[in-house]
Design a protein around this ligand. Structure first.
Ligand code: PEP
Length: 250
């Protein structure tokens, strides 16, 4: 079964409206002929509309970096799934390590968000991965499996196959210390095996699993060559159009 590769940009808390417009104007001609790769841009909330307008006529996909799990109410500062739909988002990153470890999101919160995304027609890009001390204590597999179990609790197999999962070792994010291709491949195989055991072979063959953590134009190919790695979730190297466009040509 061949899965379409997905290269996703996570801009985090970067760019003004004008910078986003410039990025999109530079990016689109560079990827106009891409046929076999899905390209997803996840800007901060303030730039979702801008990127949506700029992507018109292209195949660029649009996602948010986070959301709340309720659709309305007294939740000052939060953004609802329906608000993202209203802005034409198709995807939403959930459980990014910065949400987990800077903003204290728990596995239970993340599970609620996965359910809310699906209920509102958004495709979750669920991030899982171990911290450095956990890797050093040989807890990587246990941490990943625990996150998968808790974050996907109660989610129907009908939705898992359309989801995206990103293996993002926390120590590799924004540090320049990327995981070895073997470590990334092994962790992704473990995630797919988990999906297989819980949701069956067909779902495991369909679900896209990305690697994220200091992916750059110089190393993207080595990941994309690995069996089971379906794409990359990219922070730093997605901020310049030229570099992001190069990531789509692995
Ligand atoms: C990320 O933000 O998910 C990420 C992987 O960042 P970076 O590519 O900068 O490590």
């Amino acid at each position: 079964m061949s899965r379409r590769p997905l290269i996703a940009a996570n801009w985090k808390m970067h760019k003004t409206c004008q910078e986003a417009r410039t990025f999109m104007a530079e990016l689109l001609p560079k990827i106009a002929d891409l046929k076999e790769v899905d390209v997803l841009v996840c800007p901060p909330y303030t730039l979702i509309s801008t990127v949506d307008q700029c992507r018109e006529g292209s195949k660029v996909l649009l996602g948010a970096q986070n959301m709340y799990h309720e659709n309305k109410g007294a939740f000052t500062g939060e953004v609802a799934p329906q608000m993202l739909k209203d802005l034409n988002c198709e995807f939403v990153i959930i459980g990014h390590s910065e949400r987990r470890w800077v903003f204290g999101e728990t596995d239970e919160t993340i599970n609620k968000k996965v359910h809310a995304a699906i209920a509102n027609g958004l495709i979750p890009v669920l991030c899982v991965g171990e911290k450095l001390d956990e890797r050093e204590k040989n807890l990587t597999d246990q941490v990943i499996l625990n996150q998968m179990e808790k974050n996907l609790a109660g989610v129907s197999e009908d939705f898992i196959s359309g989801m995206v999962i990103a293996y993002e070792p926390v120590w590799a994010i924004g540090t320049g210390k990327n995981a070895t291709t073997k470590d990334a491949k092994d962790a992704i195989a473990l995630i797919r095996e988990f999906v297989h055991s819980k949701f069956g072979q067909e779902v495991a063959e369909k679900v896209r699993i990305l690697y994220g953590g200091s992916v750059k134009p110089e190393n993207v190919k080595t990941y994309m060559e690995q069996e089971g790695i379906d794409g990359a979730l990219v922070g730093g190297a997605s901020l310049e159009a030229d570099s992001f466009a190069k990531l789509t040509r692995f």
